[in-house]
Design a protein around this ligand. Structure first.
Ligand SMILES: [Zn+2]
Length: 297
């Protein structure tokens, strides 16, 4: 049996077809065109699904992970930022089911990424896992006793907006000092640019500068490691999962900084079980597909 998994992000929509053994049978990707608003985003999502269904008409259901806060029971987008204009209030489950006549499950993209990692990636075999994705923002999800903890208002696991620094940097959620403003890839690049007075197109160039010995960038990387250590320490104490998975774009360059994190955790005498995620940017779509077979994950 096969299922379709869709991952809707601010810049691209990724789709996979996968069978129950975890073999990927097909995949595709399309721009989200988020700035054009809800109708355009939805049309692009349908396009991706249509392409995959044409190649794999035997797909039995569709799982969707999307940015925003999702009522996983009804498929309604309870809250979304302006990264996806008009997305809030839409019912993705109803919209997609009415067109494709297959069972549709919808969840937050961080939750689907964790489901994917627990199926085929770094969380396989663990029932209690927390995941952080350090990318444009910071995504978070918790799985306890084999189930995702979605919370009473569907914001369980939103580590990105847990406050790290009281009255700290302003965040697009309306608060100040959120974790996302310190350890996301975006925050890291911005802090390095300010400290070194250099324009860095992405984190890759920042880490190149670090390797060349730029002291201002080294100080920023050290702060990043400090902050990340505090965050995983708090998660370790608050939830005590078997593993904390760290994913997202920052992990692509982990060969440069992961050793610093291990060293810091050890030096502080902390016994935190953490590891890098393994499925990269496919985790979300793979986990979304997995929901088709077990909506109670
Ligand atoms: Zn925030």
């Amino acid at each position: 049996m096969k299922a379709i998994g869709i991952d809707i992000g601010g810049t691209s929509i990724k789709g996979v077809v996968i069978d129950q053994s975890g073999r990927i049978a097909g995949e595709t990707k399309q721009a989200t065109d988020a700035a054009k608003g809800k109708d355009c985003i939805l049309a692009n999502v349908k396009d991706v699904i249509r392409q995959l269904l044409e190649q794999h008409p035997d797909s039995e259901g569709i799982g969707i992970g999307t940015a925003g806060r999702v009522n996983a029971s009804t498929g309604e987008i309870v809250y979304a930022t302006d990264n996806l204009p008009g997305w809030q209030g839409s019912n993705l489950k109803e919209e997609i089911e009415s067109v494709f006549h297959r069972r549709v499950s919808v969840d937050n993209d961080a939750n689907t990424a964790l489901i994917g990692e627990c199926w085929l990636g770094a969380g396989a075999g663990c029932s209690d896992v927390t995941m952080l994705t350090l990318g444009t923002g910071v995504g978070g999800a918790n799985r306890i006793g084999g189930k995702i903890v979605r919370g009473a208002q569907w914001n369980g696991g939103e580590w990105g907006h847990v406050i790290l620094v009281p009255n700290g940097r302003p965040c697009n959620c309306g608060q100040r000092g959120c974790i996302e403003q310190y350890i996301s890839g975006t925050a890291f690049v911005q802090a390095a640019a300010e400290a070194a007075s250099i324009h860095f197109p992405s984190g890759v160039e920042v880490l190149e500068a670090y390797e060349k010995g730029n002291p201002a960038v080294a100080a920023v990387l050290n702060e990043f490691i400090d902050d990340l250590t505090v965050v995983i320490h708090n998660i370790h104490l608050g939830i005590n999962p078997q593993a904390i998975l760290i994913g997202g774009g920052m992990v692509d360059s982990k060969s440069i900084w992961w050793g610093l994190l291990e060293e810091r955790v050890k030096r502080q005498g902390l016994h935190i079980s953490f590891r890098a995620a393994e499925l990269g940017n496919q985790a979300g779509s793979i986990g979304a597909a997995r929901m088709v077979w077990d909506a109670r994950l």
